[in-house]
Design a protein around this ligand. Structure first.
Ligand code: UFG
Length: 332
């Protein structure tokens, strides 16, 4: 029977791109998603789709058996940083406790490879940049802590069982599938590029710049924006490597290793749209570091990961094209 890959949260933003990357590379993804924040329409019709919860042992066991699942990519979880501060138990439940249940299902069903969506939020406010994987992990919000706790679980599970994993610490994920098949569809998004393209298309009147007195070249916050399709490609490489080297596990940053300020991002949106966004200068947002940039040498050297879309204009163009498609043909 054909082998398959379980993709939890495959109807969400990053998960739906991973499903396409798997499919494009000849793998068989099987999506499980509870559709709380995901969209059924984000998953191609020919990909098996299971609506349900990652902590439902019976459902996971039946799915593993039905589709001959040999590995999992785990995207399902909650991702809103301020919400994690106001409702921490939701994050420790959805991200940490439910992942514990999923891992138990993996071990019981002999699924031996696991790729985990971790985050640069595990570092908190780094003392120096670029941020290397071995630098201290001091998350400053429950979101980051909930993901770091999962990294600890993975390390312990890999030591005890026939199981290996790759945790990818994402920096600022943006953009959309270059072929326009999926994108970031969540309404009420707070991420800079998503908000900026919404404003560019008239869904918002203006854009706020949170803080102009950071210790950066132009005073606005600097981030390492990575195209979601390059990130998805890293997951496929991780999968293949985990299968090839079943005794090895990996923790890697995922970013381009350089950053752009808020002003530079908004300038790019203005350039791409040939228009001018209305910018409001606002105070800093709580908990935002001045600059967050990855050291990506480990993933490049060890996985041979080579980004294809390290180009801010392209990231903006693809995000904009998806936003336009959402206006013309809303996703459900
Ligand atoms: N920003 C604005 N205006 C906006 C939105 C954002 O000026 O309307 C600024 C922020 O202050 C920050 C930068 O744009 O300087 C990027 O902000 P985002 O909200 O897009 O992203 P964050 O860097 O805050 O968050 C990202 C990930 C989180 C992760 C966090 C820390 O999206 O999942 O990095 O690693 F937790």
């Amino acid at each position: 029977m054909q082998k398959s890959i379980l993709v939890t949260g495959g109807a969400g933003y990053i998960g739906s791109h991973a499903v396409l990357a798997l499919k494009d590379s000849g793998w068989n993804p099987i999506v499980i998603d509870n559709l709380v924040t995901g969209f059924r329409g984000a998953v191609p019709a020919d990909i098996p789709f299971v609506e349900g919860d990652i902590a439902d042992h019976g459902l996971i066991s039946a799915t593993v058996e039905k589709y001959n699942i040999i590995a999992a990519m785990h995207f399902a979880g909650s991702v809103v940083v301020p919400e994690s501060v106001s409702d921490p138990l939701k994050y420790y439940y959805n991200n940490t406790a439910k992942t514990r249940s999923l891992l138990e299902s993996m071990i019981k069903n002999n699924v031996g490879h696991f790729i985990f969506s971790s985050t640069a939020a595990t570092y908190g406010i780094p003392k120096t940049i670029p941020v290397h994987e071995d630098m201290p992990k001091n998350p400053i919000n429950p979101y980051g802590t909930s993901k770091l706790m999962t990294e600890y679980m993975l390390s312990d599970v890999a030591a005890a069982h026939n199981f290996n994993y790759c945790a990818l610490r994402y920096f600022n994920v943006a953009g959309a599938d270059p072929k326009g098949r999926t994108g970031q569809s969540t309404s009420g998004a707070t991420h800079l590029i998503k908000v900026a393209v919404e404003a560019a298309l008239g869904k918002r009147d203006s854009i706020s710049i949170f803080g102009t007195d950071y210790d950066t070249e132009d005073g606005t916050g600097v981030r390492d924006y990575i195209h979601v399709s390059d990130l998805a490609a890293a997951h496929v490489i991780a999968l293949e490597r985990l299968i090839e080297s079943p005794k090895e596990s990996y923790i890697f940053n995922c970013g381009y290793g350089h950053g752009f300020s808020v002003t530079q991002v908004l300038d790019a949106v203005d350039r791409v749209t040939n228009n001018k966004l209305t910018r409001n200068l606002e105070p800093r947002r709580a908990g935002d570091p001045d600059a967050l940039i990855s050291d990506n040498s480990k993933i490049k050297q060890q996985f041979g990961w080579t980004p294809q879309y390290d180009d801010l204009n392209k990231i903006v163009q693809h995000a904009l094209a998806w936003e336009q498609r959402l206006i013309e043909n809303p996703i459900t």
